[in-house]
Design a protein around this ligand. Structure first.
Ligand SMILES: Nc1ncnc2c1ncn2[C@@H]1O[C@H](COP(=O)(O)OP(=O)(O)OP(=O)(O)O)[C@@H](O)[C@H]1O
Ligand SMILES: [Mg+2]
Length: 236
């Protein structure tokens, strides 16, 4: 289980994340939902050591996570909204580079893992292309393959469907569901209601740096009155 307890992040004297606590079980998809600027990405960035915590504790499988350690950085994978692919490397090299430089895998071993992942995500005919030659959906799948190559236990995805049409959004929802079924902890930041509607997930609604309401999508759909704020957000 991933547990965040009393997480606080300030920029200057503004509390951008204000005493946030929540848990995510292996196999669970958790969604941080909320309007622009409420702090969704900042929580993912804190977990991925792209920002430093001011207060709070993060634990995984009962042990405190040192977010600045190399080991933790391998435990937690991140897929960025803009993908952040390495444009000067080929599609295959995008997947192999961290396996080689961080995990110390041989070129042959890394290529094998990359080829399997790129096959799974239907990118076999693009392995030698530049990421700039990929469509939005293909870039999304490459960023997923690149993150999974490091075998993370926790996967953070920032607005995974912001660049995608409704059909591709459906595919991504299915991919996310499959990854969670494999036992991954999946944490998503989004305001995409179309994605939400296709996920069996737990929703944490954020406002001004706080979680203001939580519930499972099942409960939100069947008993919207129990979740007035989330229901109102979904209705727009
Ligand atoms: N490095 C920074 N320095 C100062 N303020 C920051 C920094 N990063 C984020 N913020 C502020 O923190 C708040 C939360 O930003 P964040 O990116 O987490 O929002 P978000 O919920 O992901 O929004 P969006 O839906 O637009 O992606 C915003 O007001 C933003 O301006
Ligand atoms: Mg964001």
């Amino acid at each position: 289980m991933l547990s965040l307890k009393n997480i606080t992040k300030k920029f200057g004297d503004k509390r951008i994340i204000d005493n946030v606590s929540f848990e995510v079980q292996p196999g669970e998809v958790a969604v941080l939902l909320g309007a622009s600027g409420v702090g969704k990405s900042t929580i993912l960035r804190l977990l991925n050591n792209l920002e430093t915590l001011n207060q709070g504790i993060v634990t995984f499988e009962g042990k405190k996570l040192d977010l600045e350690s190399m080991h933790t950085n391998q435990t937690i994978g991140m897929i960025f909204q803009q993908f952040n692919l390495f444009e000067h490397l080929s599609v295959r090299e995008n997947v192999t580079i961290a396996m080689r430089t961080v995990l110390g895998k041989s070129a042959k071993a890394a290529d094998k893992i990359a080829n399997d992942l790129l096959k799974r995500y239907d990118l076999t005919d693009k392995v030698d292309s530049s990421p700039s030659a990929l469509s939005g959906g293909q870039k999304q799948r490459l960023s997923l393959a690149r993150a999974l190559a490091m075998r993370p236990k926790i996967l953070c995805m920032d607005e995974p469907t912001s660049a995608l049409d409704p059909v591709l959004t459906g595919y991504v929802a299915q991919e996310i569901t499959d990854l969670a079924k494999d036992g991954l902890v999946v944490l998503i930041a989004t305001h995409d209601i179309k994605l939400l509607e296709q996920l069996a997930c737990t929703v944490h609604l954020m406002d001004k740096g706080k979680i203001v309401e939580s519930g499972t999508m099942h409960s939100i759909t069947s008993s919207p009155n129990k979740h007035p704020k989330i229901s109102a957000f979904i209705k727009g």
